[in-house]
Design a protein around this ligand. Structure first.
Ligand code: SF4
Length: 735
C-alpha cells in the first residue's frame, strides 16, 4: 500500500504517470459521479425545453415545458380518469422533449399535435386523453432547447415582449393626441370663410337635387350668423407640425397610418447601436417634444409667451431617462469569442453612457488559453472582467447566469429590461466545452455549481448600498464554499454507501478533454483512506504534506465508480476559484469580513460594559463569577467541552484552543481530520471534544480547512511534537 501511495503522491505533485499503480483517464468516458443520473436528459423532467410564451400573463414571458404540462395536469386532477390522463400527458411531454432535442424549430401547439398523432397510432385511449387535456393548454410559443442560441432567443423574446408593451402604450398616447390635434384643426376649418364658401358647401352636399339649393345664399346666411374665427397662424402651424412629427415617427410601427418602416433596435456590434442611437437622437427629441407640446395644446394650456422659449431649447442636452423610457431600448447581442479590443472599448462606452442599451455577452467556453504559461488557466476571466467593470460603473444593471438557469432568472431578465439605464447580461452557454457527449445544459449547470460561473444580480435601482443591490442568493448552497450533494452507490461488497460529495471546479474541468492529463485513475485495489475528497485539500491554504491526496469520484458509461487523483495545478486553480467566490460572497453579504469584525468589536464592547456595570454594583470578589454566569446564562455547573467552546471570546485565554461553535457550518472538515478530537453537539455544530486525542498539527490543519475560520488552535500542549515552529506560524492567522 505504501508503494501505491508514493506513486499517487508523485502524480499529484508532478502530474506525470510514472508507473502501473495509476492509469490515464483519457478515452474512458468518465464523468463526475454526481453526473451519473443525468446521462439522458430527454428522460428527465427539468427546465428544458423552454416555451417562449406568445401572450405572456403577468410578465411570464418564458415557461418550462414541464411547468406548462403541470398546469394542464392540475386541471385534470380529481377527475375519474386522472391517472390515465396523467400518464398519457407525461408520455406526450417526453415525446415533445425528444422532438425538440432533435433540433426541431417548432411551436408547442404544433409539437403537441405531432406527438399526439404518433402516440394515437399506438393506442386509441391516448388520443382521447390528449384531446381532453389539450383543452387546458393555456399557453403557446416557440420551444427552445438549451444550446448555442438559447440566451439570445430568450433575451430577444423578452425584449420583444417589452417592446410590445411600450408600443401599445405609445400607440395609445399617439392616438389620443393626434385625434385631439386633428379635431382642433378640423374645428378651425369649420369656422373658416373657406368652409362656408358656396363651393365648399356644394362639394360637401354630396349627391342630390343641387338645383333646388342656392349655395351662395346659404354661404351668406352662415357667414352673417357667425363671422369666421380662425386659429392664429402660429398655432395652426404648430399643430400641423405636431401631427406631422407624430405621424411620421419611426420608433414604433403605426398600424393606423402604415407610415414609414420602423427602426430596428437589435444589433450585433456596439458601434452600430451607438451610431443608430446618435442618428435617431434628433428624431427622439422631436417626438418627445411633440408629445409634451401636443398634450398642452389638446388641453388648451399652451401659452406661447411661456412655452415657445421653453421648448425652443428642449433636448439640447439630451433626454432624461424617463423620456427615453418612451422609446424602445437598444438590444446588443455579443459573443466573447468574437470580441476584438475595439469592440470591448465600444462596449465600455455603451455601458458607461447611462443610456438604455441592453447588452447580452455570451461566453461559450470558460477555459481560456493560458496567457502566462502552461498550467495556469484563466477560467471565465473575460466575463469576470466585464461584469466587474460594469458593476464598478454604478448605474449598470448586471445579471450573470448560465443557460441552464435562464428560466430561474426570468424576473431578473425582466428587471434588466425595465431598468432605465444600461444593462449587461452575461450568460455562459456551455457549448464551447470539449466534452463529447455532455449536453450544454449539464456543462453550463456544472459551471454554476462549481462556482466557475456563479450567478449574481446587481440592480442599481434596488437601493443605495451593496446590501440592497447585489445578490448571490440564487446560487446552490450560496453560504458554502462548494455545494455538497449526497451520492449513493454500491461498493465492491454490494453494500449501499452514501457520501456527502462536494461539486467543485475540479469536477467541472474533469470532463473536459483539455484537462484529462491532470487526472489519474486509481485501481480499486489501491483505494485507501489517504484518498480524500478534493474540497478537504482545496480548503488548506497551501500545500502541506502528501499524507492525504485529493481524489474525485467519477462514473464510467457502464455505471462503475472510479476514484481519480488530481494533480496539484488543478488544486491551485480550485483554490483561486474558491477565493474569487469568497469575494463574490462577501459582496453579497455572506461571510462578510467587515461585518464580522464589527460584530466582534460590538460583542467585546458589550462584554466590557457588562463587566463595568457589575463591578460598580457588586463586591469585587464575586464580579468575575457573576459575569460568566450572566453572559453565558449558566449556573454553577462546570462547563461541558461543547459549552466551553461556545464561551465568549473575551473570557478566553488566547493560548487555549477553542472553536466558535455557534458559527460552525457543519462542513465535516474537522471531524474528518480527527473524529475523536472534534465532535458535534446536539445542534450538529463542532466543538473540541478531546484535545489530547490528536496532535497540534491536526488542530492547525483543521483550522486551515475550516470553511468559516472558527477554529482557533491556540498554543501546542506537547512541546515535543515535531515541526512546532512551522505549525505555530501557520496558526498565527487564526488567533
Ligand atoms: S468547526 Fe469548521 S471545520 Fe469543523 S465542522 Fe464546523 S465549520 Fe467545519
Amino acid at each position: 500500500m505504501e508503494a501505491h501511495h508514493h506513486a499517487h503522491a508523485a502524480f499529484h505533485l508532478t502530474g506525470r504517470l510514472a508507473d502501473e499503480h495509476l492509469t490515464a483517464i483519457e478515452g474512458h468516458g468518465l464523468v463526475p459521479a454526481l453526473f451519473s443520473g443525468y446521462r439522458d436528459l430527454t428522460e428527465l423532467r427539468y427546465d428544458y425545453p423552454l416555451v417562449l410564451v406568445e401572450a405572456p400573463i403577468e410578465g411570464r414571458f418564458v415557461e418550462s415545458l414541464s411547468g406548462v404540462m403541470d398546469e394542464v395536469l392540475a386541471h385534470v386532477a380529481g377527475g375519474s380518469n386522472e391517472d390515465r390522463i396523467r400518464m398519457h400527458v407525461l408520455r406526450l411531454e417526453s415525446g415533445v422533449r425528444a422532438l425538440v432535442a432533435t433540433g426541431a424549430t417548432i411551436m408547442l401547439s404544433e409539437a403537441w399535435e405531432t406527438v399526439a398523432k404518433e402516440l394515437a397510432t399506438i393506442d386509441d385511449g391516448i388520443a382521447d386523453s390528449l384531446a381532453y387535456a389539450r383543452m387546458f393548454l393555456a399557453v403557446d410559443g416557440m420551444l427552445v432547447d438549451c444550446g448555442q442560441s438559447t440566451a439570445s432567443q430568450v433575451l430577444t423574446h423578452a425584449w420583444n415582449v417589452a417592446y410590445a408593451g411600450r408600443a401599445a402604450s405609445f400607440a395609445d398616447t399617439m392616438a389620443r393626441l393626434t385625434v385631439g390635434l386633428v379635431e382642433i384643426l378640423e374645428a378651425d376649418f369649420e369656422n373658416s370663410a373657406e368652409a362656408r364658401s358656396a363651393e365648399n358647401l356644394k362639394a360637401s352636399f354630396g349627391s342630390g337635387p343641387m338645383d333646388q339649393f342656392d349655395f351662395d345664399a346659404m354661404s351668406r346666411i352662415l357667414t352673417d350668423a357667425r363671422p369666421p374665427m380662425t386659429l392664429p397662424g402660429s398655432r395652426r402651424h404648430r399643430i400641423e407640425q405636431l401631427v406631422e412629427v407624430l405621424r411620421s415617427q419611426q420608433f414604433y410601427a403605426d398600424p393606423a397610418t402604415g407610415g414609414a418602416a420602423p427602426y430596428s433596435f437589435v444589433f450585433h456590434h456596439c458601434v452600430d447601436a451607438l451610431a443608430a442611437f446618435r442618428d435617431r437622437l434628433t428624431a427622439a427629441v422631436e417626438v418627445t417634444k411633440a408629445l409634451a407640446v401636443g398634450s398642452l395644446e389638446v388641453s388648451g394650456l399652451y401659452d406661447e409667451a411661456k412655452h415657445d422659449q421653453l421648448f425652443a431649447s428642449f433636448g439640447e442636452t439630451g433626454l432624461d431617462p424617463s423620456d427615453l423610457a418612451l422609446f424602445p431600448d437598444y438590444l446588443v447581442l455579443l459573443n466573447v469569442a468574437d470580441m476584438t479590443a475595439e469592440e470591448l472599448e465600444q462596449l465600455s462606452q455603451v455601458l458607461s453612457s447611462g443610456l438604455p442599451f441592453k447588452v447580452l455577452v455570451q461566453t461559450d467556453d470558460v477555459i481560456e488559453p493560458a496567457a502566462i504559461g502552461e498550467g495556469i488557466s484563466a477560467l471565465a476571466l473575460a466575463s469576470h472582467r466585464l461584469t466587474s467593470m460594469a458593476m464598478g460603473l454604478g448605474d449598470v444593471y448586471v445579471l450573470q447566469t448560465t443557460s441552464s438557469h435562464v428560466l430561474r432568472v426570468r424576473d431578473e431578465v425582466t428587471g434588466s429590461l425595465a431598468h432605465h439605464g444600461p444593462a449587461l447580461i452575461s450568460v455562459f452557454s456551455g457549448t464551447g466545452a470539449e466534452a463529447p457527449g455532455i449536453p450544454p445544459y449539464l456543462v453550463s449547470s456544472a459551471a454554476l455549481e462549481a462556482r466557475v460561473f456563479p450567478q449574481f444580480v446587481y440592480d442599481p435601482s434596488a437601493g443605495a448600498d451593496w446590501a440592497s443591490r447585489f445578490s448571490v442568493a440564487d446560487n446552490p448552497q450560496a453560504e458554502a464554499d462548494w455545494p455538497i450533494h449526497e451520492f449513493c452507490y454500491e461498493d465492491a461488497q454490494n453494500q449501499s454507501v452514501c457520501e456527502k460529495v462536494p461539486f467543485t471546479l475540479v469536477d467541472f474541468v474533469s470532463f473536459d478533454r483539455r484537462y484529462v492529463g491532470h487526472f489519474a485513475d486509481v485501481p480499486v485495489d489501491a483505494w485507501s483512506p489517504a484518498l480524500v475528497n478534493v474540497d478537504a485539500i482545496v480548503g488548506r491554504s497551501s500545500r502541506a504534506d502528501v499524507d492525504q491526496l485529493p481524489c474525485l469520484l467519477m462514473a464510467a458509461d457502464d455505471g462503475t465508480l472510479h476514484k481519480v487523483i488530481v494533480d496539484e495545478s488543478v488544486i491551485r486553480e480550485a483554490r483561486r476559484c474558491r477565493s474569487m467566490w469568497s469575494s463574490i460572497q462577501e459582496l453579497g453579504g455572506i461571510h462578510n469580513s467587515h461585518a464580522d469584525r464589527l460584530l466582534a468589536a460590538a460583542e467585546a464592547e458589550w462584554q466590557a460594559n457588562m463587566q463595568e456595570q457589575l463591578a460598580a454594583m457588586m463586591p469585587a470578589a464575586v464580579v468575575a463569577v457573576e459575569t460568566t454566569e450572566i453572559v453565558d446564562g449558566r449556573a454553577e455547573a462546570e462547563p461541558s467541552p461543547a459549552e466551553a467552546d461556545s464561551a465568549p471570546e473575551s473570557t478566553r485565554n488566547p493560548d487555549e484552543p477553542y472553536i466558535e461553535t455557534p458559527r460552525c457550518s457543519t462542513c465535516n472538515e474537522c471531524t474528518q481530520i480527527n473524529g475523536k478530537m472534534f465532535a458535534y453537539n446536539e445542534n450538529q455544530q463542532a466543538y473540541i471534544a478531546d484535545l489530547k486525542a490528536g496532535t497540534y498539527a491536526q488542530l492547525v490543519e483543521a483550522a486551515e480547512s475550516c470553511q468559516v475560520s472558527v477554529i482557533h488552535p491556540g498554543k501546542p500542549w506537547d512541546a515535543n511534537e515535531p515541526g512546532l515552529e512551522d505549525l505555530l506560524k501557520r496558526a498565527e492567522v487564526f488567533i
